[in-house]
Design a protein around this ligand. Sequence first.
Ligand code: 4AD
Ligand code: MG
Length: 449
Amino acid sequence: MKRLKIKEINSCENPPEKALIGGWVRTRRDSKTFSFIEINDGSCLSNIQIIADSSIENYDNIAKLTTGSCISILGKIVESPGKGQKWEVQAEKIDIHNNAPEDFPLQKKRHSDEFLRTIAHLRPRTNKFSSVFRIRAELSQAVHSYFYEKGFRYIHTPILTASDCEGAGEMFSVSSDSVKNGFFFSKPANLTVSGQLEAEMMALSLGDVYTFGPTFRAENSNTSRHAAEFWMIEPEMSFCDLEQNMDVAEDFIKNIITRTRKNCSEDLELFNRFVDKTLFETLENILENRFVRITYKEAVEILKKSGQKFEYDPVYGADLQTEHERFITETEFKKPVFVYNYPKNIKPFYMRLNSDNETVAAMDLLVPKIGELIGGSQREERFDILQKRMEECSINKEEYWWYLDSRKYGSVYHSGFGMGFDRIMMLVTGVSNIRDVIPFPRTPGSIEF
Ligand code: 4AD
Ligand code: MG
């Protein structure tokens, strides 16, 4: 017997007469001779109604089914007379796999996001979170499709590494109890903060590549936009300058949002109605406008002239604070903004030095409601200047000998960026806390599941 998902049944004009369906009970109500059971199987937002006639052999147990229980049904798919559903199932046989006790935490009422985080193992059973995770799957697929269609090669960069790409020292170290004397790898290892350095090596051989994987940062910032483990998409392109890099980033974001809107329309509708009523407006704004491009210097001038009271005064030479970034994208331009050419002192060693000797060819993309969505740059491809920048940034050149080598043997101008996947999830769903777009989030003090 073919297993059918609710999504498949709902999208059929003529579903097969009989089907085997499995799912979890959302509600049950009884009439004199029937039990009506709504189940959901996670394949889509809608439930399907099962009608169990009292003549079914285990009807006594069926009539006691509780919310959260798991059953499978062999039955006839018939047109539903009820509103809002096309098909329902007349059960011939119902297998009860597991009866959930009455203390199942997800009874029919609204639960706060905070509460649901404490039951991360069960929250995908709710409408909201099942939608989040279906959208997450679709968005991942969209990322791969985009790059595949553009001819980029998907590469796997290491998770264990001995280098610190961002040079910020925010790394989780990795140890092995089985190797008591000395290091397993003969030098200290950590979890990667970015796959960029390795992606560069691959781009300098294969041309256009991207990596999409988990990254780890031990920054102790307990905000709604930071996680200790997050997924990042990092394209790296040879023969590509900063402007072309921004072109790719803009096209990429518009493409994956468009595809996700099309393929997850039912799920997204839920967010537009119940989570953020301006969601569709925000997404349209992103799709329809050309992103603004301003230099860091212009950004600081705008902030200074704004008359806005900030917690931190904007000063040239300092990092833009989240409040500054949000002012620029939400208040000043009301659309996505690339800020480029940052002072070299506030950016990592690998960014290309501009001819002013003061700024580097960096770009950050700021978007409404999130702030920084992308960080990227053109890379320093000139051996001598890279060496000098490493010295200035107190980077141990011996340890990065292989990175320097790439600037000796066939170096070429190249660029790339990193987009926080969990942040674009927040943008696409309107969910305001990163903990609520990650199945099992890792944040300071939280690694329960
Ligand atoms: O700006 P970042 O630190 O850039 C890099 O790591 C570069 N090596 C990328 C590259 O050029 N290949 O991080 C890139 C993006 C940020 O813009 C943000 O969206 C996300 O990664 N990000 C985080 N997301 C969630 N939690 C955190 N703690 C994050 N830190 C960065
Ligand atoms: Mg950044």
